[in-house]
Write a protein that binds this ligand. Structure first.
Ligand code: F6R
Ligand code: MG
Ligand code: MG
Length: 368
């Protein structure tokens, strides 16, 4: 049986009216490029946007980090960028940090998450896309879905999940290569928690079933400012999660998103925002936020995708969106003070560094 690969590659290549939404023409250009040039390379695809990011979800048989597949997506973004430039969109091509393609899109700007597996008889999966935040935004919800019976009762109830899950966590502050650690839930729970609390440094890259050995979760771990050496927009993350059977149920994976936990991002990638679960193809608004996440459910069969189901398009999540709005307003009430703004090391604009350097010189140590 040939393995199927799900590849999602996403980039911000320009927006209408600020960093809020790509134009329909740009989205169409990306779609048409994949339609025309994807033949014989991919089996199926689906295009969506979350805030200012366009995501290309593809199914194929070529495995992870395949240069043909990555090049297809990269070229589609290049094509979209042409239109974005023609239309004068804001930040046209901003996530394409390099224009000469070399091997795969890792380190070139776009974010990528991929899963390769033997299709089960029924293969449901979820595709998450977040905007105005960073990859560590998924740390808390995925930790809760895969390690905490308070959110995933299947960990207690289902013999198919009784061995727990293996977490592969990356230190994304390390730029010379992939620095990872492998830890097992439940035995290493406290170690996993100790790392994942630090969302700007330690990021879940993958989660594996200890019952079946299969990979269940893949998260994009790109740090745009590590690649570019300066601020180019937050590294808005995508994730793929296989669900049901030996894996958490769809409802167990999405339930922690009802917390609307605070994540790094929001205005200028420099504030804390509640992560609001939104419908597919939502825009950004209040204070360049709040940080948003969308979730689409599919089944894949022989590489063919079913219709897309918008998981957060349900009355329950309207109530949660109100809670997220309340939490957003509450933290915004204190502007840039304390917990509202990110620590110095995570501020995305260099201006304050220069300002503080200038002030440092003016400090004097008082004589006793
Ligand atoms: C955050 C983001 C926006 C911009 C802000 C200022 O990730 O993209 O909040 O930082 O709109 O944008 P510039 O500096 O392009 O005017
Ligand atoms: Mg974005
Ligand atoms: Mg952006």
């Amino acid at each position: 049986m040939t393995k199927i690969t799900l590849s999602v590659i996403k980039a911000d290549i320009g927006s209408v009216g600020g960093h809020i939404k790509p134009s329909s023409e740009v989205i169409n250009a990306v779609k048409e490029y994949i339609e025309k040039n994807g033949k014989n390379k991919i089996i199926d695809f689906n295009i969506s946007h979350t805030g200012d990011d366009i995501a290309i979800l593809m199914t194929h048989k070529k495995g992870k980090l395949n240069s043909e597949i990555h090049k297809l997506a990269f070229n589609a973004f290049m094509e979209g960028t042409k239109i974005a430039k023609e239309q004068g969109l804001y930040g046209a091509g901003q996530d394409l940090l390099k224009t000469a393609f070399s091997g795969n899109v890792k380190g070139m700007g776009p974010a990528v998450a991929e899963l390769e597996f033997n299709e089960r008889e029924n293969e449901p999966f979820l595709f998450f896309a977040a905007d105005k935040t960073e990859p560590g935004a998924y740390n808390l919800p995925f930790y809760l879905s895969f390690a905490d019976p308070m959110f995933n009762s299947g960990l207690m109830l289902s013999p198919k999940m009784n061995k727990g899950f293996r977490f592969v966590i990356m230190d994304v502050s390390f730029t010379k290569g992939d620095k990872i650690i492998v830890l097992n839930a439940p035995e290493d729970m406290y170690d996993i928690a100790a790392l994942l609390r630090d969302t700007s440094k330690y990021v879940i890259e993958g989660i594996f079933s200890r019952n079946t050995g299969e990979q269940v979760v893949a998260v994009s771990t790109t740090r745009l400012h590590n690649i570019a050496g300066k601020y180019t927009g937050k590294d808005d993350p995508v994730a793929l999660v296989r669900v049901q059977g030996a894996f958490p149920a769809t409802g167990e994976v999405v339930s922690p998103f009802a917390i609307v936990h605070y994540v790094a991002g929001f205005m200028r990638g420099s504030h804390n925002s509640p992560l609001m679960p939104v419908k597919r193809n939502s825009t950004i608004s209040y204070f360049d936020g709040p940080s948003i996440v969308s979730c689409t459910a599919f089944c894949v069969h022989n590489g063919k995708l079913t219709e897309a189901v918008d998981v957060f398009d349900h009355p329950f999540w309207d109530y949660i969106r109100e809670k997220a709005s309340r939490k957003a307003i509450e933290i915004r009430e204190q502007g840039f003070f304390g917990a509202a703004m990110l620590p110095y090391s995570e501020l995305e604009y260099g201006g304050i560094v220069k300002r503080l350097e200038k002030l440092e010189k003016k400090f004097k140590i008082r004589k006793k």
